[in-house]
Design a protein around this ligand. Structure first.
Ligand code: AHR
Length: 531
């Protein structure tokens, strides 16, 4: 059995791999989950549940934007069903317009009368025609409709500081300025709120293949000259500038950008460092999103748990330069990246979303929660129809994915306080892959309620857990469970509820309350202590 005391997640995988003769936890032996309700952990920033929407495949066109004249119900061209679904998961921020797309995006192509907008080529993603009908004003309308914040990535790769500065001026300047008048002429006199500004994207690769030091110098110019003029964006509302950071484990950008940040003066600063890391099962991605065996399942989970090592590694580097953790690590691209679905354009990154992906999402959200002192924002890739999507659409049809439901079940985690838990994770073994059998996190929500999330990684064996609160018995535990008959189960337009949450109630035994956690499941419950 493996004893895991959180937060010690960095050791989890190493421990499982290092211990050779591991006894299986019996399904009928309740695993005690000690919940240290007296300890107060970090705040789990709601931005950890952020989304990413790139001009890629049907991520925007078809998935979000259908146009004002579409027979698909829409509000000013934005599909109503998608807006309603996203409102329900309280998306805290949306990163847009890319991705690699951002470093070739010229914002002027996407404003003004739609009929006269330039049609360009999306050279990154399938060479599709980019109609530019979804531009700045449409994006701002979209984030407003879903009640979210804008995270706009400016073009560092093929653009200029001036172009980026003029874009943010257009979005935020006083309506009496020329830029503000132009915005007003496009039906929005009031300045927009640009809460987050991405200074480039993957500048170590598609964003210009820049040496870290070169990027750091460019970053300073953008951080200095791209100004936000919205008079309401002061203090806590001030725009946060997020610099390009590491690619996976590579420390080069982390070191260079954080060293630059440490040396900043009054004239510029950054308020975030980005990390990109996908779970791919190798490159190019060849794992199927619909048909896979248990070995592929276990391998992908093992890989995704590596997020903990990555975050730990980059956090340690950041600590050297920023011991007070003023600069958050922003994991603004993560998720499973699988083989394209048969019959789809490989450049459109279309994949299904199974129960396995929901488990991946829960495991990553748990990792982010445990690192909440440094990881204060993340953006899963991507929101609609691309990679590990929340939502899939096809013309007028829409279906919510298992990953969507994890985000819905984790709503109480938004802005909650982390509560440390410790438990015997046990071991799930598949071939030569060894994984923790269960994972668990607890939080106190903004109303003071205690929540426990448990994931059973074992696709075959159920687990029973006994939640133990510091100084009290657990009186009740109610919430939801997400599971299905198979790990490769997914939702379709015809069968949209194959993987959807069901009500869940704990079982009372003579020895107290226990939670039966089905194999391959995610359970989130609210715990009520006995009074
Ligand atoms: O999300 C797809 C792509 O992955 C993004 O455009 C890029 O930033 C990353 O490599």
């Amino acid at each position: 059995m493996i004893r895991m005391t959180w937060p010690m997640a960095a050791c989890a995988l190493a421990l499982t791999v290092a211990a050779p003769a591991l006894a299986q936890t019996k399904a009928d032996a309740p695993i005690a989950v000690q919940i240290d309700t007296d300890a107060k952990g970090a705040k789990i920033d709601r931005n950890i549940f952020g989304q990413f929407a790139e001009h890629l495949g049907s991520g925007i066109y078809g998935g979000v934007w259908v146009g004002k004249d579409s027979p698909i119900p829409n509000t000013r061209g934005i599909r109503k069903d998608v807006v309603e679904a996203l409102k329900a998961i309280k998306v805290p921020n949306v990163r847009w317009p890319g991705g690699c797309f951002a470093d070739e995006y010229h914002w002027r192509h996407g404003i003004g009368p739609i009929a006269s907008r330039r049609k360009t080529i999306n050279s990154n993603w399938g060479g599709a025609v980019e109609p530019n009908t979804f531009g700045t004003d449409e994006f701002m309308d979209f984030v407003d409709q879903i009640g979210s914040e804008a995270y706009v990535s400016v073009n560092v790769g093929s653009g200029t500081v001036q172009e980026a500065a003029e874009w943010v001026e257009y979005m935020t300047a006083d309506p009496n300025t020329t830029a503000g008048k132009e915005r007003a002429a496009n039906d929005h006199p009031a300045p927009y709120k640009v809460k987050y500004l991405g200074i480039g994207n993957e500048s170590w690769s598609c964003g210009g293949a820049m040496r870290p030091e070169y990027y750091a110098d460019e970053m300073k110019r953008y951080a200095r000259f791209v100004r936000n003029y919205n008079p309401k964006q002061t203090g806590a509302e001030a725009m946060q500038r997020i610099a390009v950071g590491p690619n996976q484990a590579d420390p080069a950008y982390t070191e260079a950008v954080m060293a630059a940040q440490k040396g900043h003066d009054w004239a510029w600063n950054i308020e975030g460092l980005s990390l990109h890391s996908y779970t791919t099962g190798g490159w190019p991605p060849s794992y199927s999103s619909t048909k896979f065996d248990e070995t592929a399942y276990a391998k992908l989970l093992k890989e995704t748990l590596g997020m903990d090592d990555l975050v730990t590694k980059h956090s340690a580097i950041m600590d050297k330069y920023d011991p007070d953790k003023k600069v958050p690590l922003v994991v603004d691209e993560w998720g499973v990246w699988l083989a394209p679905l048969e019959g789809t354009d490989p450049g459109f990154l279309v994949q299904q979303n199974s129960l396995r992906d929901a488990i991946v999402a829960a495991l990553n959200l748990n990792i982010f929660a445990r690192h909440a002192d440094r990881v204060r924002m993340t953006n899963i890739a991507q929101m609609v129809n691309v990679l590990q999507a929340m939502i899939l659409t096809d013309k007028d049809k829409m279906v919510l994915t298992p990953t969507y439901y994890v985000y819905k079940m984790y709503l109480p985690f938004q802005d909650a306080t982390f509560v440390p838990v410790s438990f015997d994770a046990g071991t799930y073994t598949q071939g030569d892959v060894k994984l923790p059998r269960i994972d668990a996190t607890a939080v106190r929500d903004t109303n003071g309620k205690l929540w426990l999330a448990v994931t059973n990684l074992d696709p075959v064996k159920p687990a029973t857990i006994a939640p133990k609160l510091a100084g009290a018995e657990t009186a009740s535990a109610k919430g939801q469970v997400l599971t299905a008959s198979r790990v490769d189960a997914f939702n379709t337009f015809e069968a949209p509820n194959t993987v959807s949450p069901k009500p869940y109630t704990a079982r009372t035994t003579a020895k107290g309350l226990v939670l039966d956690i089905p194999p391959k499941s995610v359970v989130v419950v609210q715990l009520e202590p006995e009074v």
